[in-house]
Design a protein around this ligand. Structure first.
Ligand SMILES: Nc1ncnc2c1ncn2[C@@H]1O[C@H](COP(=O)(O)OP(=O)(O)O)[C@@H](O)[C@H]1O
Ligand SMILES: [Mg+2]
Length: 255
């Protein structure tokens, strides 16, 4: 039976005292690139985290099916093993753990990625080169003292190493200079062509999307998906902003 890679079905979610997402539904197929846009505070990051299984948020109704399996109640590490990857807006720093060891550990947890230490070293070297990344990064502690752009390169490295089925990239473009942005774009392109993966790109600016073919665009305002359309919807948003959708949301959040 054929099924969508990801199916978010009428999700309502929030923290204990604050509902954030209201009846959010979205479908995404293998190898597709979707973009989730919306003004600050709309709930975009929350949706990414809810799909990843962040325990900060409670899902009060609706469900999530990934690769044919209901994952609504699954823990984040299970979802990660199943092939979901989330890049955080602000990656955590892990003092005392060198990046290289960290990468080796997360790769070894995955049977499908098992490789010899030598092969692993070569693969990491290959990706680092592809991303124009200084190899001295690898011996440094995870994310400690790295600039925003460098942290994003590390995320791209993880993405290309782990080869998830679905990568959710949350504001991967924010705070990046032009060079770092081009590295991230290259990383995304490599992920699409080499890993055959699907992408959900969360952003409120469209610069990173210029070189990507986008299959579907979703617009979120005040915790609701208020519009969905082809990739060209991004140009419309570029020209007119989110105001048009904000009005729709005030009128009752019509889909
Ligand atoms: N852990 C949390 N605790 C309380 N409020 C939160 C939490 N996470 C998100 N929110 C609130 O939910 C709303 C949506 O946030 P967020 O998903 O980060 O928006 P976006 O990514 O679209 O800018 C905001 O009002 C934010 O303050
Ligand atoms: Mg956000």
């Amino acid at each position: 039976m054929s099924h969508k890679l990801l199916s978010v079905q009428g999700i309502c979610a929030g923290t204990e005292d604050k509902p954030i997402l209201h009846d959010v539904s979205m479908e995404l197929d293998s190898k597709e690139t979707h973009v989730l846009m919306g003004p600050n505070g709309a709930g975009k990051s929350t949706l990414g985290r809810v799909i990843m299984g962040d325990p900060t948020y409670d899902v009060t109704s609706g469900g999530i099916v990934f690769d044919g399996e209901d994952i609504t109640d699954q823990a984040a590490d299970k979802r990660s093993l199943a092939g979901i990857f989330l890049s955080y807006q602000a990656p955590v720093e892990v003092p005392g753990v060198p990046l290289y060891s960290y990468l080796r550990t997360i790769t070894q947890k995955r049977p499908e990625l098992k490789m010899t230490a030598r092969k692993f070293r070569n693969r990491v070297g290959e990706i680092a080169e592809q991303l124009d990344m200084d190899s001295s990064f690898l011996t440094r502690e995870l994310n400690v003292g790295f600039s925003g752009g460098e942290k994003k390169k590390i995320e791209m490295l993880q993405l290309l190493l782990l080869r998830p089925k679905l990568a959710i990239l949350d504001e991967t473009d924010s705070g990046l200079d032009v060079d770092a942005l081009s590295v991230v774009s290259r990383g995304i392109e490599a992920y699409r062509s080499e890993c055959d993966g699907a992408l959900l790109i969360i952003t409120h600016n469209t610069r990173i999307l210029e070189r990507l073919t986008v299959d579907r665009t979703h617009v979120m305002v005040q915790g609701r998906l208020v519009a969905e359309g082809p990739g060209s919807l991004i140009d419309d948003i570029d020209a007119h902003g989110f105001v048009q959708f904000e009005r729709a949301s005030e009128d009752g959040g019509a889909a």
